[in-house]
Design a protein around this ligand. Structure first.
Ligand SMILES: [Zn+2]
Length: 295
């Protein structure tokens, strides 16, 4: 039993919108030219909508990890209630998963989403396609990308960017198993990091783009998490330092307020970003956030 761990349940953070209300808000949103609308769905999960596309990234909408790690030395106690469940999502065309960890490719909701949205395709690292089929996902509906690659997904031009979680773990056979994605559509360029450390070569890869919004993790790591075998991410300082190198127009932090054992105080990130002059927006789970590219 580790003294720093809080085994008691916190008061759950309630999403600003959930269920049918949230779905209706996403469906009715009509972003204009150069505009993107976002809904944070918890941890690293988002619905992203532009004038011609709606897509979802890294959804964790179940209690899979809470059940899996109950009565272990790393109980996964939820901090934010799920704003949706897998079967709620019936309009999905494109779902992205950055890597195989369950808070990004959720065994408790990905199969349900693909069942509820028969047209949906799941875009994921080629390296984890075999794993994804063990979750009951139909191989024919999976689109793999190896990293350092550009693919076309409907209206989206998608550049897969290697992530280090904690290492790049490249293999000749299947590429990089941890990815981020640069999405280009409707004149907008958005980078979702997935889970990653800042590694030599990441900023160089990102500087090839003029990034409007970068979604970066802030939970970092510490001795306790490393002892528990929890793969590290960049922390708030490192996310801000990366943003200072890459200069996105806006940074949105993710990967916090999901599990009590592995989170960060987003106010620390806000303070560090503001001191460095990095524009940032802290989203509230389930709320609509709109941003327009300056013309
Ligand atoms: Zn994660």
């Amino acid at each position: 039993m580790l003294p720093s761990q809080n085994q008691t349940s916190p008061v759950l953070i309630e999403p600003v919108q959930r269920g049918a209300t949230l779905l209706q808000d996403i469906a009715s949103a009509q972003p204009g030219p150069g505009e993107v609308m976002l809904w944070w769905l918890g941890q690293s999960g988002y619905a992203i909508k532009t004038a011609s596309a709606l897509w979802y990234v890294d959804l964790y909408l179940s209690e899979h990890l809470t059940a899996k790690y109950a009565n272990t030395d790393k109980p996964h106690i939820r901090m934010t209630a799920a704003p949706l469940r897998g079967p709620d999502l019936t309009d999905v065309q494109w779902l992205f998963a950055s890597h195989k960890h369950s808070d990004h490719l959720d065994p408790g909701s990905a199969p349900q989403i693909l069942a509820a949205s028969p047209q949906a395709r799941l875009i994921l690292p080629t390296a984890i396609i075999d794993y994804a089929t063990t979750l009951g996902l139909d191989r024919a509906r999976l689109i793999g990308t190896r990293g350092d690659e550009t693919i076309q997904v409907g209206p989206l031009t998608v550049h897969s960017i290697p992530s280090a979680h904690p290492a790049l773990d490249y293999t000749e056979e299947s590429g990089y198993p941890f990815l981020g994605f640069v999405f280009q559509v409707d004149g907008l360029t958005l980078y979702h990091s997935g889970d990653t450390l800042v590694y030599d070569g990441l900023a160089d890869r990102l500087r090839r783009f003029e990034i409007d919004i970068a979604f970066l993790p802030i939970n970092g790591t510490n001795e306790r998490l490393l002892r528990l075998g929890t793969p590290p991410n960049m922390n708030a300082e490192e996310a801000v330092a990366l943003a200072c190198e890459v200069r996105p127009r806006l940074v949105i932090p993710h990967h916090y307020d999901m599990f009590t054992f592995n989170t960060a105080d987003v106010r620390d990130f806000e303070r560090i970003a503001s001191a460095a002059g990095v524009p940032c927006a802290v989203l509230r789970c389930g709320a609509r956030f709109s941003w327009r590219r300056p013309s």
